[in-house]
Ligand binder design. Structure first.
Ligand SMILES: Cc1cc2nc3c(=O)[nH]c(=O)nc-3n(C[C@H](O)[C@H](O)[C@H](O)COP(=O)(O)OP(=O)(O)OC[C@H]3O[C@@H](n4cnc5c(N)ncnc54)[C@H](O)[C@@H]3O)c2cc1C
Length: 464
């Protein structure tokens, strides 16, 4: 057999599984069709970590609660931000108040600590910048925000450092049973393995291609990102239910912006979006809008289907709005499943640590001077919105599973996510990528094979 375990898909779930399994003396590869892992995580590098109190489903609640505890532990280990901001689900009418009572009782039944029902002034004591009317709120102290790319990339880097073979740009096109295992065919290779952990949304088996499960409810989520000039920055996650199907959510991002998500409508115009945003951020104006975008919001349960574990096949099915939160809990369950079905032992030389990364913008003056003395490229600011240096870009390209696309550099360093939206730094990123990869700037892509950034050379500039 070529591998003991093949993990299909390099989203946050695949990366978390690779991390958990890399502790063992087994031969593992992860197959991902894109240029980079965790390509589909999110458009903004901020995700909410849920605690299991908001969902009506008991199984999802359990996964969320254990995922939350694991993410907190992993962020500490990998030196990643884990901001416990708390969440207030507010209401100002009877039906909303009743919904909060039900949610509170469920949280208690589930044994989730740190969840409270509060009223009137107690709400504004927690969030003084909230200017809208709220009678009652379900307050969860546990809710946190994290940078999901950095978490997914850290899982992948540690797994790669511990021997997992990441096969990027390979698309799985077929999986077949063979004696004591599987044959997995990609657009480039054929591999045999004893176990398959399939995290890709579609099912591809013996030539049959089945799209992701259709019990999933897909809705549009409209987002508006407000910059740091917004009056009354809100520090907590705030959820204001409009009715049973629609809500507005405020998420404080890792870089002090407020992200408003609006669920329950199709594509909203900026004007309509701003109007709905006022149900949380009363004073919003067009001038402080940094970005608008729409994503598909899914509400279908995520399950670990290990019915075929005796044959060596595990499939993670379904998509869910809290899949980042539950990713490490899914990985732990898969690890347990494999441990009982495979004779595996732990590695003695396992290194459960990611390589250090220097973030110039978070460093003190002394630390900055120290690193510039070691490498002068840390003194060359490439992104003046977010203070990202040439040194950080080079490091993110040279790391294990380093960035090879403009989007990959953006996600690892935060470059281009400032108020200029990359207009001042994109060319510089392309130039550094081309130099580090020893390629022509014309071959650098934005994120996927068919997304070349420069179409052609129009003049013989010496610079590029
Ligand atoms: C609008 C929105 C907001 C969200 N906010 C949050 C949040 O705040 N908190 C939270 O916990 N979660 C959140 N989520 C959920 C979360 O972002 C995603 O559900 C999660 O990233 C999915 O991870 P995954 O690994 O399951 O799937 P994916 O990221 O889709 O990974 C699957 C991977 O498989 C690869 N692939 C597909 N087909 C093939 C093939 N044939 N061969 C090889 N590779 C293949 C894909 O390229 C992809 O990289 C949000 C989701 C959305 C849409």
């Amino acid at each position: 057999m070529d591998y003991d375990v093949l993990i299909l898909g390099g989203g946050i779930v695949g990366c978390a599984v690779a991390y958990e399994l890399s502790k063992y003396n087994i031969n593992i590869a992860l197959i991902e069709k894109d240029y980079d892992v965790a390509n589909d995580v999110s458009l903004v590098n901020t995700a909410v970590v849920y605690d299991g109190s908001e969902t009506s489903d008991y199984v999802m609640a359990k996964l969320e609660n254990s995922g939350m505890k694991l993410i907190q532990k992993h962020c500490e280990k990998f030196n990643l931000p884990y901001k416990r901001v708390g969440a207030l689900r507010i209401s100002s009418n009877d039906s909303g108040n009743k919904r909060l009572d039900i949610m509170y009782n469920k949280a208690n039944e589930r044994g989730i600590l740190g969840v409270h029902l509060i009223e009137d002034n107690a709400i504004y004591d927690i969030e003084p910048n909230l200017k809208i009317k709220a009678e009652k709120a379900l307050y969860s102290e546990n809710i946190a925000v994290i940078s999901p790319y950095n978490l997914a990339i850290s899982y992948a880097e540690v797994a790669a450092d511990n021997g997992v073979n990441f096969r990027l740009e390979e698309e799985v096109i077929d999986i077949k049973n063979v004696s004591k295992g599987f044959k997995v065919t990609t657009n480039k290779n054929k591999f045999t393995c004893k176990f398959v952990v399939n995290t890709i949304p579609s099912e591809i088996f013996a030539g049959r291609y089945v799209e992701g499960k259709n019990e999933v409810i897909n809705k549009k989520m409209n987002y508006i990102l407000f910059n740091e000039n917004l009056d009354n920055y809100i520090n907590s996650v705030i959820i204001n239910d409009i009715d049973e199907d629609a809500f507005v959510i405020n998420i404080p991002t890792a870089s002090k912006e407020n992200l408003i998500g609006i669920k329950g409508y199709d594509f909203l115009s900026l004007e309509d979006g701003l109007q709905l945003s006022k149900s949380i951020l009363q004073d919003v104006k067009k001038e402080v809008v940094m970005n608008i975008f729409t994503e598909t919001y899914s509400k279908g349960n995520t399950l670990i289907d290990d019915n075929k574990i005796q044959d060596g096949y595990i499939k993670v099915t379904g998509s869910h709005y809290s899949k980042i939160t539950i990713a490490p809990a899914i990985a732990e369950k898969i690890e347990e499943s494999l441990k009982t079905n495979m004779n595996i032992t732990k590695k003695r030389d396992y290194v459960d640590k990611n390589r250090e990364m220097y973030t110039f913008k978070n460093m003190s003056k002394e630390q900055r001077n120290e690193i510039i003395a070691l490498d002068s490229r840390y003194g060359n600011i490439i992104c003046s919105c977010n203070n990202v240096t040439e040194g950080e870009i080079i490091d993110c390209i040279r790391r294990p599973l380093g960035a090879r696309t403009v989007e990959g550099v953006k996600r690892r360093t935060g470059i281009g996510l400032g108020s200029c939206n990359g207009s001042y730094c994109k060319m510089k990123i392309i130039k550094i990528l081309a130099r580090e990869m020893n390629e022509s700037p014309l071959s650098i892509v934005y994120d996927s094979m068919d997304s070349k950034v420069l179409v052609s050379r129009i003049k013989e500039f010496n610079e590029i």
